[in-house]
Design a protein. Structure first.
Length: 243
């Protein structure tokens, strides 16, 4: 493994840690880095284990900040999304898959921007059950096919108007559960290997460093700036998938 590849993996680890403890939509950048170094399908299993490391860092950092009512609303729809994503992986090319997810994220982003122009500032709201099922299914599908559910959750939690710590804590616990459930699916597809486990363990220091940076950043930005950042990150993620 060349120094350049090692540096890219380390950068991806830092990005994972930062995205898990601050701006979730940026996690797609780490997915993209893995996909440039490894074959596209193999990269999904490899980055999954690193994401789980990031989930553990984030849930340790924000262990008391999750909105479990939101998590419970989302989880029932995730499993059907995972199953559908597993089947979808067998019938489309990587290119079609990547672009289709990008289109979905663009639609969700436009919808969220429209909702922001129509809402007034107020207390957090509980999303409608239909919206929760749609978001949970979309998260399950996109995380199984491309580890790209971060922007989906970002838009869902932004619509729920939760404060930034509860936003990150809810996101962290949701993805810890979902990513652990994904492991048997990925292993069944032959996407997880012993090398991936060793790599994930080697990247723990980079993920922790990114997590500390994310925590420091979150404590120094306002709620308004945080909301703007997560939407911008979602837009960048969608654009990266479409290019």
């Amino acid at each position: 493994m060349t120094p350049a590849v090692l540096a890219l993996f380390a950068l991806a680890g830092v990005v994972v840690g930062f995205s898990k403890t601050a701006v979730g939509g940026l996690g797609v950048a780490a997915v993209a880095i893995f996909a440039t170094v490894l074959p596209a399908r193999a990269s999904t299993g490899a980055v999954l284990l690193v994401l789980i490391v990031g989930d553990l860092v984030a849930t340790t950092t924000y262990r008391r900040d999750a909105d479990w009512a939101l998590v419970r609303r989302l989880l029932p729809a995730v499993l059907p999304g995972l199953v559908l994503g597993t089947l979808f992986l067998h019938i489309v090319s990587d290119e079609v898959l990547r672009r289709s997810i990008g289109v979905v994220l663009v639609v969700l982003l436009v919808l969220q921007l429209w909702l922001r122009t129509r809402r007034t500032t107020g207390p957090s709201t509980q999303p409608h059950r239909v919206a929760s099922w749609a978001a949970g299914g979309a998260a399950g599908f996109t995380t199984m096919t491309a580890n790209a559910a971060g922007p989906v959750m970002t838009l869902f939690l932004s619509a729920a108007q939760v404060d930034k710590r509860r936003f990150v804590g809810t996101n962290a616990w949701f993805f810890l559960v979902v990513n652990l459930v994904k492991v048997p699916f990925s292993a069944g597809l032959g996407l997880v290997s012993g090398t991936d486990v060793v790599r994930a363990l080697a990247l723990v220091p980079a993920v922790v460093a990114g997590g500390l940076l994310g925590r420091w950043t979150l404590g120094r930005i306002s709620q308004a700036r945080f909301e703007v950042l997560v939407l911008v990150a979602s837009g960048v993620s969608a654009a990266a998938l479409l290019v």
